[in-house]
Ligand binder design. Sequence first.
Ligand SMILES: [Mg+2]
Length: 265
Amino acid sequence: MQIDDRKSVVIDFFQQFNRTTTALLLLDYDGTLAPFQTDRHQAYPYPGIVPILERIIGSGRTKLAIVSGRPVIEIQNLLSQLTDFEIWGAHGLEHLSADGFYRRTEIEPNTLAIIRQAEDWLLQAGLLPITEIKPGGIAVHWRGLSASEVEHVQSRIQEGWNKFEGVQGIKLLAFDGGIELRAARPDKGDVIDAILKTTDAATPVAFLGDDFTDEDAFRVLNGRGLSVLVRHEYRKTIADAWLQPPQELIDFLATWSDIAGMGTR
Ligand SMILES: [Mg+2]
């Protein structure tokens, strides 16, 4: 696909939104709305993003949902100024509706046992200080470590977690700054699927994400909505469009806000 085609799908999408009353804006968090930080609890959105999202929600013409690998509570903390939006956390294991109803999906006991085993190994390997225990998974973070420390951690993980590769119900996910071992399902594609099931077929839907786990969401959305890769450098993707953050992302969200706002005037 040519760069011009990637821009024109966005223009087409906004024209469609212009003709309807409501739309659905689905956003990944890390690497999409917020730049990566060594301290992941300080990874706030790019300047200017939160006020635009506030305007979008306030227009009443957009249902906004964050779809993240993070637990719901962390997204709430990082977006504490925002209200009236939905959060899908831990790749869809957790769901907090816009009106505050919380639901968590149970994981298969066998899958849970394997996750515990992987966790025990990390403890014995002395890697717990860089480990994050999450709903349905464990992430090892190496952002901020020196190149030689990263290499050391990676080879230790390779050694200890190798046996979990390809195990039924388990997925090993390399992400920007670490690796995660988690329950294979739900994934972000399952989240999009669940959202689409309760959405009118004529409602415009867009999903923006940066990472490999977002490809599951792009795949499910393909042919039904707009999928957008948000990333500084282009990489191979099945997304319809590509935006470079923060400026192109801000322009995209500002356009969204303008169109949503027109309906309320
Ligand atoms: Mg991300």
